[in-house]
Design a protein around this ligand. Sequence first.
Ligand code: IMP
Ligand code: MG
Length: 183
Amino acid sequence: MTAIPVPPADLRDIKTLIPATDIALRVRTLAKQIAADFPDDLMIVSLLRGSFVFTSDLIRALHHAGCRPQVSFMTLGSYGSGTESSGTVQLMRDLIESVEGRHVLIVDDILESGRTLHFTRELMLERKAHSVRIAVLLEKPGKRKRDVNADYIGFKVEDKFVVGYGLDYANFYRELPFIGYIP
Ligand code: IMP
Ligand code: MG
């Protein structure tokens, strides 16, 4: 019998880095900018699993900003079950929709080495997207391995392994309403 996984750290040990209220305010501001920049067409490509919480808040904020996006999902993997990236990006589940001729906004949880977003941007361009922009909730500066920048950034964070608001450690802590770290 396989053992049932348990969270790697006690919840009481997780320190808050960005409170939920700060995230909500920032998401609203980003949505206004995005709505203004994509007046005619917006195809959101949300990268699973980490960005599902950010995407769901962002699209509702986009609604309030007058934007009518379409939303698609792709599942990518680069991390194993720990906190170190494996270095290769795997396409685990592809988009259902075509991006040809579309104004694509890739949405991800965090830009770190840039491998994930570089891979996805190249794929969207290969598939003849009309334009490709990138929105991330978090950016960790100084860790870049690929030449890629985000057009919309929620917060820059220090070099700590962060969890919550969709981001995981061994697939735990995604449900936390705030961004935290394990000291
Ligand atoms: P990159 O390809 O190295 O830029 O990393 C992107 C992916 O790694 C993100 O989409 C996250 O899923 C994951 N990741 C990077 N840093 C963290 C972290 O601090 N906490 C949780 N996941 C992370
Ligand atoms: Mg992840």
